[in-house]
Design a protein around this ligand. Structure first.
Ligand SMILES: *Cc1c(COP(=O)(O)O)cnc(C)c1O
Length: 446
């Protein structure tokens, strides 16, 4: 790690160089490609991002959950560099490459379930979702796909159609893909029924809807994030996912776990759904899979994956050897450094602080998470649970940035602060980041 793992603020943030770059950016890049922070990166390592003004920021956002192993991890850089020099790209469909095959073997081994599995690669999370649905439809010969409130599955046409929130992801971009059905998610904090019976009631409603309004024999797939990411780190009430999976298996429906944000150690396991004892039929991975390089995967039971005829799946860059070599190094790093355990320890440290904060600040309506996937949901008033307005949430993330800490929000109402630090962030650095976030939060709320 060539950047000291310390926060260092040397200019106001954003500094003059970031501001100058952003003037050029305004002219050259459309506003639709939004920036959460007006900062330009010079370099990054471990849990530190250094901007072009020389500020060292503690990164509790990690490129939206891409750097579970930390920035520019030496093993990942080394693997990618070596592969880059040997063979950059031939296209797997023209001549295959070793990292692709080896990575498929590794994913087949670490994903839940003992049945024979196969893996295909694409470039982004959205593409993995698209492919999972294609495979499920071809396997079942059915059209319908069930998705949930607060879901995020990506920005391509089908993935955007599966995504819940209209603004900003879908506004003005229809018509959307057909045969998509959205059901309520078992969201304990905002459940409209009996909070004690959230899983049971959400499940009963979902099964009834699938039976009455879609018809089991029309449903190709149920796609669900085991812990919702963009939707606000919503951990479903225990029992909801196993109930859905049981229903899927009884009716020949493909159960797809979208682990793009919750997987690869983030929730303290390789895949978050392991905690529920559910073996999904298909799993999508992306984000931290490549440790910063673009690669995504669909892994699933061999007979489902093989339902598609030769030539029915693929793409020019899917499983690019440089990205696949990086991903192999990510898996080795998670194993060698015991990052699943480190994730749980990091998460405990965060949750302790969050719980203490909730005791003192009544606008902290909910504290939730698993492993190092932790969030607070902010409300204007805990009695009504009215979401805190996005401007105040923005003031908190901006306040943290000005103090040298990168945090991002999430949630259907934009009122959730989520933390996605590198899994093995040093405790002292994490504490410093949490101190700054807390100071920004107290300042914005009082
Ligand atoms: C980020 C994300 C996606 C989309 O991934 P991209 O690489 O941005 O296309 C899909 N599903 C989930 C759960 C995600 O968090």
């Amino acid at each position: 790690m060539d950047i000291p793992q310390e926060r260092k603020v040397v200019t106001e943030i954003p500094g003059p160089k970031s501001r100058a770059w952003f003037e050029r950016r305004e002219r050259a890049v459309p506003r639709g490609v939004a920036n959460l922070h007006p900062i330009v990166t010079a370099r990054a390592s471990g849990a530190i991002v250094e901007d072009v003004d020389g500020n060292r920021l503690i990164d509790l956002a990690t490129g939206i959950s891409v750097l579970n192993v930390g920035h520019t991890h030496p093993a990942v850089v080394e693997a990618a560099r070596g592969q880059l020099e040997r063979d950059t790209h031939t296209c797997f469909h023209v001549t295959a490459n070793e990292p692709y095959i080896e990575l498929a073997e590794r994913l087949n081994a670490i994903t839940p379930g003992d049945a024979p599995k196969k893996t295909m690669f694409a470039n982004s999370g959205a593409e993995a979702v698209e492919n999972a649905v294609k495979i499920a439809r071809r396997f079942t010969g059915r059209p319908a796909v069930v998705t949930f409130d607060h879901a995020f599955h990506g920005r391509t046409l089908l993935a955007m159609s599966l995504t819940a929130k209209v603004m900003p992801y879908k506004q003005g971009m229809g018509p959307f893909a057909p045969e998509i059905y959205r059901l309520p998610f078992a969201y304990p904090y905002r459940w409209h029924g009996d909070p004690e019976r959230c899983a049971e009631q959400a499940l009963a409603y979902a099964l009834d809807q699938m039976h009455k309004h879609i018809g089991e024999e029309n449903i190709a797939a149920i796609i669900v994030e085991p812990i919702q990411g963009e939707g606000g780190f919503i951990v479903p009430a225990p029992g909801f996912l196993p109930g859905l999976a049981r229903f899927a298996s009884e009716h020949g429906i493909v159960f797809i776990a979208d682990e793009i944000q919750s997987g690869f150690g983030r929730a303290g396991r390789w895949f978050a759904i392991e905690e529920e004892g559910v073996v999904p039929d298909l799993v999508t991975s992306a984000k931290s899979l490549g440790g910063g390089l673009p690669i995504s995967a669909v892994t699933g039971r061999a007979e489902i994956m093989d339902a598609v005829h030769p030539g029915g799946l693929g793409g020019t860059y899917g499983g690019n050897p440089v990205a696949a070599a990086a991903a192999l190094a990510v898996i080795e790093t998670i194993e060698r450094e015991g990052l699943l355990e480190r994730a749980r320890a990091t998460g405990e440290r965060i949750m302790e602080r969050f719980r203490a904060l909730a005791e003192r600040v009544n606008q902290v309506g909910d504290v939730r998470g698993r492993g190092a996937m932790c969030a607070i949901e902010l409300v204007a008033d805990p009695a009504t649970k009215q979401p805190l307005d996005p401007e105040t949430v923005g003031a908190i993330t901006r306040g943290a940035l000005e103090r040298g800490v990168l945090v991002i929000s999430a949630g259907t109402y934009g009122n959730v602060i989520r933390l996605l630090p590198p899994l093995a962030i040093e405790p002292a650095l994490l504490d410093d980041g949490l101190d700054q976030l807390e100071a920004a939060l107290l300042e914005a709320l009082t």
